[in-house]
Design a protein around this ligand. Structure first.
Ligand SMILES: [Zn+2]
Length: 275
């Protein structure tokens, strides 16, 4: 069933687990994620990157996600990832998104707050929660980031915007890490104690399992998996026997690979058997 962002995170917050958010790119990645969620009885967030909204990709992809979410017997939220301004947010909403991340983290604090609040005000009319970001979460290729979100910044931002969830910079980055990141677990705990709302961890791919578990215990309620989901799909595509040319048959293994990847993350986050 299709549910909105704040609803899916509320249950996780009450029960102390995290909802996995998987970045999808095509029908097959959607199918793998949904099959995993159904099998594991897990709520799941299916998200698409902002670029997919502004390049027209989502016009084709969103109806597939929407149909999958409506058909599913588990809660599914359709979420825009790193909405770079109001235009991708509007495109995502037009296409049925039930959660929106706006990312104004490149702006200074006051401008970030002002723009994010505007998005929250508009989207509250539609009962759609907003994910905001404070402290820029960089790219893993640039090395392990150390400009962490502070408790004071987080409090000011949450109070000033009314976001439903907050993405924090606590030692993760996007893409493939050169060395395993070390998460700031105590910082996560301190921010959660102060702001209370669900916290979001970006760059979940490649973070060691024990750190993921500690982060969830400390208050992370949504973890994004983009890079590793792509690799689970693509590695399998490259491994499929080229004699198979009917695309539906060719895609059986890649779908199964995405499903197996999603199952492992659902279990790691404790999101299984929640429905
Ligand atoms: Zn991110």
């Amino acid at each position: 069933m299709l549910v909105n962002f704040q609803t899916i995170l509320k249950d996780a917050d009450e029960k102390g687990y995290a909802v996995p958010a998987f970045n999808v790119y095509n029908m097959e990645t959607v199918m793998g994620v949904i099959q995993a969620a159904e099998e594991q009885r897990a709520p799941v967030i299916i998200q698409f990157y902002s670029r997919l909204a502004t390049t027209g990709f989502v016009d084709y992809l969103a109806p597939i996600i929407l149909k999958a979410a409506e058909k599913a017997s588990v809660p599914v939220c359709i979420h825009l990832d790193h909405g770079a301004g109001f235009e991708p947010a509007a495109i995502a909403l037009k296409n049925g998104a039930t959660g929106i991340m706006v990312d104004f983290s490149k702006l200074d604090m006051d401008e970030n707050i002002a723009n994010t609040k505007k998005a929250v005000d508009i989207l509250s009319v539609m009962n759609i929660g907003v994910e905001g970001e404070i402290g820029h979460i960089g790219a893993a290729a640039d090395g392990v980031p150390t400009d962490y979100t502070t408790v004071e910044e987080a409090k000011k931002y949450v109070d000033g915007t009314g976001v439903a969830a907050l993405a924090v910079a606590v030692g993760t980055a996007h893409g493939r890490y050169k060395q395993a990141p070390v998460l700031q677990i105590e910082r996560i705990k301190a921010i959660k104690d102060e702001v209370k709302i669900p916290l979001v961890l970006h760059g979940g791919s490649g973070v060691p399992d024990d750190q993921i578990k500690l982060a969830v215990q400390a208050g992370i309620r949504k973890i994004n998996f983009g890079t590793d989901l792509c690799y689970s799909f693509l590695d399998s595509v490259f491994a499929v026997d080229r004699k198979i040319y009917a695309i539906d048959l060719f895609m059986k293994e890649p779908i199964a690979a995405v499903k197996s990847f999603a199952v492992s993350k659902i279990q790691l986050l404790g999101a299984n058997d929640r429905v």
